[in-house]
Design a protein around this ligand. Structure first.
Ligand SMILES: Nc1nc2c(c(=O)[nH]1)N[C@H]1C(S)=C(S)[C@@H](COP(=O)(O)O)O[C@H]1N2
Ligand SMILES: [Mo]
Length: 333
């Protein structure tokens, strides 16, 4: 979230895959040649012929849930601009546990070494029965679907991604919260041996953030397990992350190990670091500038185009009602 030396969309021309390639792959999958396409991908992985090497290393070829992909696309979620090519979105990630140098594929490369299993998620706080559940048990208890979502980082870049996962409200139901639960708090793993960024004590690890129960049970709030029709590569926040497309990206906690139902509003990592710039609500609004830059427009990391930012990142119809009775709150930072 600091100042970038070089904009992330400054990728060589050769690194950009035209959207048509992605879409024709989807059509091929739809036509029933998914197995062939999948095997071709695996071959590229094994022989190291994937042009984006860092992406191949992070590719979860051995993920125990890969039989669940690709999941059916939910047609309710559409885009008005193209999906960001995977080799761009997968190689420029905000994931401070793996460093703050998003360029040179370094976050993806370092994250690729993170062990994906065993992965246990603690569900605790104000729930009927606190418990620890293996990630595969959670994923297999849910119905996976694909959704095309816009993603808007507070740093004024954006992308559009085909996430696979399940609605957060299904996980809330699974967790059986008590009536005193007012917020859901999400926590990322801590393991400085795997995540060198966690040796930087300027950040109060673990990465934490949260939402209200009303936000958590809104249909848009999504738990991500996969992306681009397969289990998510580590740098996207495997094996479980949030996607809250109407909020700035820092609310979408990655690589979650703990989900707590609490009475008090959680204080996120960025709010702890710089509360005057990053607050609890963090809803996207072009009219409310970040203290150090405008939020009026955004740079699409796929096409390089600049386009106007839209209130609630284009999801006002779904979520504006959540905020109509809130007075005196900084809803947009
Ligand atoms: N644990 C953790 N989660 C995180 C972050 C992080 O540094 N650590 N960065 C956030 C920010 S600022 C953004 S924009 C998104 C980036 O997601 P992406 O890498 O899939 O684009 O992840 C969010 N979740
Ligand atoms: Mo971000």
């Amino acid at each position: 979230m600091l100042i970038r030396r070089r904009p992330r969309w400054h990728l060589p021309e050769s690194a950009a895959t035209p959207e048509s390639v992605y879409f024709s792959r989807r059509q091929a999958l739809g036509a029933g040649v998914g197995l062939a396409a999948g095997l071709a991908g695996l071959g590229a992985l094994l022989t190291g012929t994937d042009p984006a090497g860092a992406q191949a290393a992070g590719d979860p070829a051995g993920d125990p849930t890969r039989d669940l992909y690709p999941a059916p696309r939910n047609p309710a979620f559409t885009l008005d601009h193209p999906v960001t090519p995977e080799d761009i979105s997968a190689n420029y990630n905000n994931f401070y546990e793996f460093g703050s140098d998003q360029m040179n594929y370094s976050v993806a490369r370092i994250a690729a070494k993170m062990p994906r299993r065993p992965w246990v998620v603690k569900i605790d706080g104000l729930v009927e029965q606190p418990r620890e559940v293996g990630i595969d048990d959670i994923i297999r208890a849910m119905k996976l679907e694909e959704r095309l979502y816009r993603h808007r980082c507070v740093e004024a870049w954006s992308m559009a991604v085909p996430w696979t996962g399940f609605p957060l409200k299904d996980l809330v139901a699974y967790a059986k919260p008590l009536s005193g639960a007012k917020y859901v708090r999400f926590e990322t793993f801590v393991n400085p041996k795997v995540a060198p960024g966690q040796n930087r004590f300027v950040y109060p690890w673990p990465y934490v953030d949260g939402v209200t129960m009303a936000e958590a049970t809104n249909d848009l709030a999504f738990m991500v397990t996969g992306v681009y029709g397969k289990p998510a590569p580590n740098q996207f926040g495997a094996p479980l992350r949030l996607a809250l497309p109407w909020k700035y990206g820092f609310k979408s906690v990655k690589s979650i190990v703990r989900i707590s139902f609490v009475a008090e509003r959680p204080v996120g990592l960025w709010e702890q670091v710089q509360g005057r710039e990053y607050g609890f609500w963090a809803n996207v609004n072009p009219a409310v500038p970040h203290p150090r830059w405008s939020q009026a427009s955004e740079r699409d990391i796929g096409t390089g185009e600049r386009r106007p930012t839209v209130i609630y990142n284009g999801y006002a119809e779904e979520v504006a009602g959540l905020y109509k009775d809130l007075k005196g709150e900084s809803l947009f930072m």
